[in-house]
Design a binder for this molecule. Structure first.
Ligand SMILES: Nc1ncnc2c1ncn2[C@@H]1O[C@H](COP(=O)(O)OP(=O)(O)OP(=O)(O)O)[C@@H](O)[C@H]1O
Ligand SMILES: [Mg+2]
Length: 253
C-alpha cells in the first residue's frame, strides 16, 4: 500500500512522521521517501530536526505519530536491531567507535547490528566475517591503520571507519548523520568517492545529513529541507538552493 513514483516503490518511506519532546515538536508530520539506488540529502539549520528524523526512521527513537515502511514492511514499532536486520544501517552525528579497539576489531563488533554478541565476534572462528572486514577496510583506504586503535584515527578516518562498520551487514540503505563534519578536505573527497562507488557499483542507497552544501550538491539527486521540524522544501539540490523559503531559513529575511 506504499505510494509509487514511476511504479518504483520506495525503499524507505515515512508518512506523517511526528516526534515530540515535551512541548517541542521536533519533527512535524513529515512525508519522506528514499527510492532504491538513490542518494538523498537531508538538510536544514541547526536544531531543525534532521537527527531526530533519522532516529525515527531507523527506530532509534519512538515515533509519536505516523508510519515508517522499509521494503514495504511496516517498521514503525520494530526494534532498531530488527530494522538493521532488514537491511538499514546508520552512522551517528557524534562518531561511535570503540576508541581502544583496533580498526579491525571495530569492524568485527559492528556485526552486533545483526544481534550477534560482541565477544563471539572477537573470538577466533569467523574467517568470513574477518575477510569481509578486511576487504572493506582496504576499500575505504584504511588498510595501513588496520591494527591501530580507533582512538588514534583522525576525524575523517573515523568517519570512514564508521561507514565501514555500517557496511558490514551489507545493508541496502545507509543513513549517514553528518557524513563529512570534522573531516579535512582531502578525506572529504575520499568519503564522497567511496559513497559513490558503493552506490554505482553495488546499488547501495544513502540518506545523508550534511551541512556542507557542496557535498550535498555533488552527491545527492534529491534533497529534503527541514526547518523547525517542518518540511520546508524538497527537490534537486539546484532547486532547493534557489528556494526563497530555504534562503530565508538559512540566512534570515
Ligand atoms: N532527546 C531530546 N530531548 C529533548 N529535545 C531534543 C532531544 N533531541 C533533540 N531535541 C530537540 O529537538 C530539536 C531537533 O533536534 P535535532 O538534533 O534533531 O536537530 P538537527 O537538525 O539534527 O540539528 P543539528 O544540525 O544541530 O545536528 C532541537 O530543538 C533539539 O533541541
Ligand atoms: Mg543533528
Amino acid at each position: 500500500m506504499t505510494t509509487t513514483v514511476n511504479s518504483v516503490r520506495p525503499l524507505l518511506e515515512g508518512r506523517g512522521v511526528t516526534k515530540r519532546f515535551g512541548g517541542l515538536v521536533a519533527v512535524n508530520s513529515i512525508d519522506f521517501a528514499v527510492y532504491p539506488g538513490e542518494i538523498v540529502g537531508l538538510i536544514g539549520p541547526n536544531g531543525s530536526g534532521k537527527t531526530t528524523l533519522l532516529d525515527c526512521l531507523s527506530r532509534v527513537q519512538s515515533i509519536d505519530e505516523g508510519e515508517v515502511f522499509f521494503k514495504e514492511t511496516e517498521i514503525t514499532k520494530l526494534k532498531p536491531h530488527k530494522v538493521a536486520h532488514l537491511g538499514m544501517s546508520r552512522t551517528f552525528q557524534v562518531i561511535r567507535v570503540y576508541r581502544k579497539l583496533t580498526v579491525l576489531e571495530n569492524m568485527l563488533v559492528s556485526r552486533q547490528w545483526r544481534g550477534e554478541s560482541l565477544w563471539s565476534q572477537l573470538s577466533p572462528g569467523h574467517p568470513d566475517t574477518e575477510k569481509r572486514a578486511r576487504r572493506l577496510i582496504d576499500f575505504l583506504t584504511l588498510e595501513h591503520l588496520v591494527d591501530s586503535p580507533a582512538g588514534t584515527l583522525s576525524g575523517g578516518q573515523r568517519r570512514l571507519l564508521e561507514l565501514g562498520m555500517a557496511m558490514m551487514p551489507d545493508p541496502e540503505l545507509v543513513l549517514l548523520d553528518e557524513a563529512a563534519s570534522g573531516v579535512n578536505p582531502t578525506l572529504v573527497e575520499t568519503i564522497k568517492d567511496r559513497i559513490r562507488a558503493l552506490n554505482t557499483e553495488q546499488g547501495k542507497a544513502f540518506l545523508i545529513v550534511e551541512h556542507d552544501m557542496r557535498f550535498i550538491s555533488d552527491m545527492c539527486s534529491r534533497v529534503y529541507v527541514l526547518n523547525f521540524g517542518e518540511k520546508l522544501a524538497e527537490g534537486t539540490p539546484a532547486e532547493v538552493i534557489e528556494n526563497e523559503a530555504v534562503i530565508e531559513a538559512y540566512f534570515g529575511a
